[in-house]
Ligand binder design. Structure first.
Ligand SMILES: Cc1cc2nc3c(=O)[nH]c(=O)nc-3n(C[C@H](O)[C@H](O)[C@H](O)COP(=O)(O)OP(=O)(O)OC[C@H]3O[C@@H](n4cnc5c(N)ncnc54)[C@H](O)[C@@H]3O)c2cc1C
Length: 404
């Protein structure tokens, strides 16, 4: 298919026209079928089509984020390489954090190789004693001249084994209240003292890891927040994480529901009760898709609000149910995982790799990126305005907060 085959109907919106012209240019100069993914994505970045709402020169054109869907749809039609699976944490969470809080130098250094997937990113937030309540974390960063020395442990760190850079929050003032004494850094995952160990999941793969820091030195120039203001910066990461996990907008009937329809057809199903189940799932997929489109349109400059938790919580339930439905349809075959339990460390995370794999992997959707209970708390408090959860340690210095 050539660029002309995908050309959209003429638009009168000058921003959309600008974007369409650039997509035409991208496809004319880089055939998505033959251009290596890194080269194609690099050209997409240089034309401002990576995150269209980012500033000019940093992978965007300073336009409304609504136009990104239009770009993505046009590129999907020609099966162009996508950045998400190559670097899901970097693409969905690292980039918006860097563009919002980083200096121009940091944006220049990090954004392009992040988008092309040449440099994978990971998120170093959760710890053995700090998950839902991540602000209670214990990893310490102590100032030493122009550097910080980091000691501590992170856990469940997706793709840390492939990562070049990590988004790290560490405690820099233990005497401040817990939300105030943290600072946000970019850490070089190849620095001396960083140790990454696999944690195997129910799928037989270790997408995530434990990460240990022993006297790891981070230059102060790699600090992403003001000292003690790491929580505010980490909210940008967390808000984007929810949208990154639950807010993906697939074509109508595409994504996981498309996979379920495929299994339905492959099995030649005719049972009306099963058909009813499939239709209910299809309707849920469509409601989720439309809700995510609405959320994207309400977002003006890219940082999602608490409503991102709707998509995150709904997608977790939906993904679990749809993969369960597929495995039910498969009958005995559903118990057989075709690729076995490889006990390896995959290069991708969060992708659909067959119904049996998905059935096992989707269980984690209600935990990763904030549990469904926490999403409901956010929705209750920050969207519906209900009374807040009881928080007894909010005003205490971190050193006085009881910990296990
Ligand atoms: C597949 C996967 C990938 C992950 N990747 C990363 C990653 O890359 N980087 C990273 O930093 N972290 C990652 N995580 C960690 C994830 O963010 C945490 O597991 C999650 O926030 C929950 O924390 P926890 O496991 O410590 O559970 P806990 O916080 O101990 O929660 C235990 C249970 O208590 C409930 N609970 C806790 N507090 C409340 C409350 N106030 N109200 C109601 N219920 C509550 C929870 O919902 C849960 O059911 C990943 C997790 C998974 C499963």
């Amino acid at each position: 298919m050539s660029a002309l085959d995908t050309a959209p109907a003429t638009t009168s919106d000058p921003a959309e026209k600008q974007v369409d012209d650039r997509v035409d240019q991208l496809l004319a100069e880089h055939d998505p079928k033959t251009t290596p993914a890194v080269e194609f994505l690099g050209a997409q970045y240089d034309l401002g089509l990576a995150w269209v709402h980012f500033p000019d020169g940093f992978g965007g054109l300073g336009l409304t984020p609504k136009l990104q869907r239009h770009i993505n749809e046009r590129l999907a039609q020609v099966s162009a390489p996508t950045p998400y699976g190559r670097n899901p944490i970097g693409y969905g969470m690292g980039a918006p954090t860097i563009v919002t809080h980083g200096s121009d130098e940091q944006r220049r250094r990090y954004l392009r190789p992040l988008f092309t997937g040449e440099e994978v990113w990971c998120q170093l937030f959760s710890e053995p004693g700090a998950g839902s309540d991540v602000a209670s974390l214990s990893t310490r960063a102590v100032r030493d001249g122009d550097e910080w020395i980091v000691n501590g442990q992170k856990v469940w760190t997706t793709l840390a084994h492939l990562s070049r850079w990590g988004m790290l929050i560490a405690r820099t003032d233990p005497e401040a209240v817990k939300h105030k004494g943290m600072t946000y850094f970019v850490v070089d995952m190849h620095a001396p003292g960083v140790e990454v160990k696999p944690l195997f999941q129910i799928t037989g793969e270790a997408e995530f890891n434990e990460v240990f820091f022993t006297d790891v030195r981070i230059p102060d120039s790699e600090r992403l927040s003001d000292i003690g203001e790491g929580w505010r910066t980490s909210l940008t990461t967390l808000m984007n994480e929810r949208v990154s996990i639950g807010g993906q907008i697939q074509p109508r009937g595409g994504g996981f529901i498309g996979e379920a329809v495929k299994v339905w057809k492959q099995k030649g199903c005719t049972d009306p009760a099963r058909r009813d189940e499939l239709m209910k799932l299809w309707i849920r997929a469509e409601v989720l898709r439309l809700t995510n489109i609405r959320a994207q349109q309400l977002r003006s400059v890219g940082t999602p609000g608490p409503a991102g938790s709707i998509g995150k919580a709904a997608a977790a339930d939906f993904n679990t149910d749809v993969s369960e439905f597929c495995v039910d349809l498969l009958g005995a075959e559903g118990m057989l995982k075709p690729d076995g339990y490889p006990m390896d460390r995959p290069k991708h995370a969060m992708l659909w790799a067959g119904p049996q794999q998905a059935f096992l992997r989707m269980r984690a959707n209600s935990i990763e990126g904030g549990t469904t209970e926490i999403m409901k708390n956010i929705l209750g408090e920050r969207v519906l305005g209900l009374p807040g959860d009881v928080r007894t340690d909010k005003e205490l210095p971190w050193t006085k907060v009881p910990r296990s």
